[in-house]
Design a protein around this ligand. Structure first.
Ligand SMILES: NC(=O)c1ccc[n+]([C@@H]2O[C@H](COP(=O)([O-])OP(=O)(O)OC[C@H]3O[C@@H](n4cnc5c(N)ncnc54)[C@H](OP(=O)(O)O)[C@@H]3O)[C@@H](O)[C@H]2O)c1
Length: 209
């Protein structure tokens, strides 16, 4: 497959680009800073320079799937996490690409219930809703707090996680593994899936959620 990764230089994005390239896919790594291009090439991808707050209309051209792993880090939640994601979703549809995987966040289903980051979660909720309303085949993955701990290849997945039973963190490496796996697991299509740390092998967990 040819896969466009938005946020390719991010912490999750770098793991994801590397994994996908190693699995034999053609990976296009979207970055906003040309100075990151060499690193993207070293990870096995072809860099594509574009800013989510600018014109992304041509960026998905020629891809079989798009993965949105970008994020504003709270600096421009409306411009990047909401409108940038929506612009990329629209561009994906317009370019005739039919598969889109969204890295969302736990709590995006109900921002008002969160005790922090409500603006960010509202932006993610709006982008996720736009994706659901699109004609794209989508997977929306909503992980808990990300860590830089070593990936385990295992996690917990559910449509609505019960935190009496599960931890509230998950390793970025495992999130990247899950994002990559959704592309080849049909059971994840047109689903919103919550993810946190756990002991179920990632492919098995995604296929049975
Ligand atoms: N942190 C958490 O605990 C948590 C939990 C659940 C979900 N998430 C979601 O997971 C996402 C990925 O996490 P992460 O740790 O990989 O984040 P990260 O390291 O901050 O990566 C985000 C990437 O998005 C890129 N980006 C930001 N604005 C952009 C723009 N206008 N145009 C193009 N690219 C842009 C950044 O580019 P630069 O490299 O140029 O800055 C960066 O490479 C987060 O953004 C968040 O939405 C996070």
């Amino acid at each position: 497959m040819t896969i466009l990764v938005a946020g390719a230089h991010g912490d999750v994005g770098q793991h994801l680009v590397h994994l996908l390239a190693r699995a034999g896919h053609t990976v296009r790594g979207m970055i906003r800073d040309d100075g990151q291009a060499d690193l993207i090439r070293r990870l096995g991808a072809e860099p594509v320079v574009a800013d989510l707050t600018g014109d992304v209309s041509e960026v998905p051209a020629g891809a079989d799937a798009v993965v949105f792993a970008a994020g504003s880090s709270g600096e421009d939640v409306e411009g990047v996490d909401r409108d940038g994601a929506i612009a990329l979703i629209d561009a994906t549809e317009d370019q005739g690409v039919d598969r889109f995987v969204m890295l969302s966040a736990i709590g995006a289903d109900d921002p008002e219930a969160a005790d922090q980051l409500q603006d960010y979660l509202r932006a993610k909720q709006a982008a996720d809703a736009h994706l659901e309303d699109s004609d794209l085949v989508y997977t929306t993955l909503r992980p808990t707090t990300l860590t830089n701990g070593a990936g385990t290849g295992t996690a917990s997945f559910d449509t609505s996680l019960d935190f009496d039973e599960h931890p509230r963190t998950v390793a970025r490496q495992d999130v990247a593994l899950a994002l990559a796996a959704t592309l080849t697991i049909s059971e994840t299509q047109d689903r919103v899936i919550e993810m946190t740390g756990g002991s179920t092998p990632i492919r098995e967990g995604l296929a049975t959620v």
